[in-house]
Design a protein around this ligand. Sequence first.
Ligand code: G6P
Length: 604
Amino acid sequence: MCGIIGYTGKKNARKVLIDGLRKLEYRGYDSAGVSILHDGAITTVKSSGRIDALEEKIGGEVPGVTGVGHTRWATHGAPNDRNAHPHISGDGRFAIVHNGIIENYESLRAELSAGGVCFKSDTDSEVVACLLEQYYDGDFKSAVYKTVGRLEGSFALGIVCADCPDRLFAVKNMSPLIVGVGEGENYFASDVTAFIAHTRDIISLRDGDVAEITSGSVTVYGPDGEEVEPARSVVTWDVEAAEKGGFDHFMLKEIMEQPRALEATIKPRVKNGKIAPEGLDELDISKVSRIVIVACGSAYHAGVVGKYVIERLCRIPTTAELASEFRYSDPIIDENVLVIAISQSGETADTLAAMREAKSKGARVMSIVNVVGSSVANLSDNVLYTWAGPEIAVATTKGYTTQVAMLYMFAVWAAVRLGKITEARERELTQTIMTLPERVQRSIDLNPKIEEMSKKYHTYKTPFFIGRNFDYASCLEASLKLKEISYIHSEAYAAGELKHGTIALISPDELVIAYCCHEALYDKMMSNVKEVKARGARVLAVVKEGCERIMSEADDVIYVAETDPLFMALTQIVPMQLFAYYVAKENGCDIDKPKNLAKSVTVE
Ligand code: G6P
């Protein structure tokens, strides 16, 4: 993970770097540092802890208009001052920041140590600074290329050299890195949010690209060192979209934004009452014998929902696989398999690895991604962007629901092409999809009630989420939300499985949150609710509006807006996003930056 930033221009680099690092803190926040160039020397300040701690340590002004910064999520070496970035070459000439993992760092370290290099940290990254020193003969670019040629693994690097004021090198290989083009100043960063306050003109680097950046120019070179045409574009959202906008936390803001985000996902893809996603022209769904969805975390849970919907509508066998497992399972994949990768950030290393594995076996890879121009998007044969806008809170909310909505649309689109649904059903489903933003708003309107409920239930130690089928998919996501941000352990259980063992854990101290929205399975769910009630558990039920029967069974009930049974997963997750948020708030947790997690996991 980690976030990196670089700047050269007219402004004071310290301020630009610190402000940018604050925007990147979601990527990792156990230590941070900056290196600033001035008068042929590099000043470096590093600190364990968050950006505030770094700023305090820097103290007053630091002169200089060129520099690099880093916020860390520790992989190699404890999160302390010594292992914080930037790392400096032994002669003090180079400072580097790194996001990713140098996989061959042990052999490089051994080689450099044998040559007399003394390492100052336990990180894999420090070898980069040492190699630069070794290869430098007065030509900065040549030293960068020789160094990069020795590295294996994933890396986004930012490099400054004391001999070259007003010059930065940025290197991208399987870790995110974007250049921001300003007027008389230029930036690079792991994510545009770091510099969006200054410029929206960006250059997306491809894997293997090296950018040479001065205040007045950006030159992009390919892996062979030859200049290449930069891939320029303009970011359409602005700084406001990346700010909290009056909410206490980004997570709450992003929950509230869901109707708008869903509209952005859905509306442009409905034409004349039909679903018309862009970018699927060359996908011949009639040739697809099987669909495999690969993803991590919440995106995987969206995939579980997708599996159920695609199978029901298209009758194509579909599985949802954890990307980190898929890769090592020697998967049975051929050119008739469509692999759908789902990722909010588009940079998740496990998802990318699964995609590469699938591609190497001949599969077509389609992706559902939020971040435009991300690695997942670039690796895909077809891309469906969710257009949810920037998501900052580590725990995803609008990222997840827009992925689910995109899967619904894909399923309807595919079912039509396969002749599995009538035109009348297509219109009916499309119209229902169009109403989802408004139905999600009704779930959001439950906010005061959910806040109240969280006060009642925030002390329960190990809540169980139970549900069947679509409801079970929601249990997985609801349980993860609660665990991620409130650190309360919870279990998501397919309700029918409870009696196969874990029902022994149900006691009067337990809270069971029962999803009973799937109408066809309502009676079966009632049996499960009765089973846990019989063992004394408190039951909080999530049901569709109008379901009165539940009153006699549950201690508390949350009613969510009804929609087509195929699409309930979308409206029913929102109350549990809010529940997790308020429980975490009651318990005084750091909601937007839960401990040990990161928004974008670019290591396997
Ligand atoms: C991390 C985040 C999760 C997210 C997962 C997949 O673990 O903490 O919230 O669901 O990565 O991220 P992606 O960007 O691929 O959707």
